[in-house]
Design a binder for this molecule. Structure first.
Ligand SMILES: Cc1cc2nc3c(=O)[nH]c(=O)nc-3n(C[C@H](O)[C@H](O)[C@H](O)COP(=O)(O)O)c2cc1C
Length: 182
């Protein structure tokens, strides 16, 4: 059996909820990115990183990369999985754009999953609220919006929560296969 660690960053709680749903189904340890130490995390066979989307970027991914000694290491049989939670709906177009903008070439073999979440203005920091206001204004006045921008424009007006436990099913199936692999 392979060991699994989930490292995560969650500012308004959506990613943490997905982490909790994953730990309901899989035996693994979890640690917040801010508390993770290089010496502790590289012993695991499978490392999962999860965080929310922030203006097109997966939060904390660069910091996480500095902690791990491998990206997808076929030699040592180690596996890296990355997931992101975001307000945007889970469409092929959006998921491949997130992947293209965030994953590096040496992470091409790492599996990526995207889970739709929502927006929580109640739990958002002051700085993020200001950023969202600027983003809303930008989208409102922009002409010739792309499909993604049109969807985002509607999605970010108010707080909402579209997270669902069933969204994790593909990740759980993938993990279950990896855990028993020799
Ligand atoms: C400042 C800001 C920027 C965001 N940018 C995006 C984005 O680019 N794409 C997206 O799908 N969601 C975006 N969101 C929504 C968050 O990604 C979503 O709420 C996420 O699940 C937050 O995760 P957390 O609560 O674990 O931090 C943004 C939210 C904030 C506050």
């Amino acid at each position: 059996m392979k060991s699994v660690l989930i490292v995560y960053k969650s500012k308004t709680g959506f990613t943490k909820r997905y982490v909790d749903w994953i730990t309901d189904e899989i035996t693994c340890n979890t640690i917040e990115l801010e508390k993770a130490k290089k010496e502790e995390i590289n012993d695991y066979d499978i490392i999962v990183y999860g965080a929310g989307m922030h203006a097109g970027h997966i939060l904390g991914l660069n910091k996480f990369r500095k902690l791990i000694d491998f990206h997808n290491d076929n030699v040592n049989n180690k596996e890296l999985i990355i997931f992101a939670t975001g307000a945007a709906p889970n469409t092929d177009e959006i998921v491949s754009q997130i992947q293209k903008n965030n994953l590096r070439e040496d992470e091409a073999n790492a599996r990526f999953f995207y889970f739709e979440s929502g927006i929580s203005y109640e739990k958002m920091s002051g700085a993020d609220k200001t950023l969202m206001t600027a983003f809303k204004t930008f989208l409102k006045i922009k002409s010739n919006k792309s499909n993604i921008e049109e969807g985002t424009n509607m999605a970010i007006l108010n707080s909402y929560d579209n997270s669902k436990k069933e969204n994790i099913i593909p990740l759980i199936s993938h993990l279950n296969k990896l855990i028993i692999e020799e």
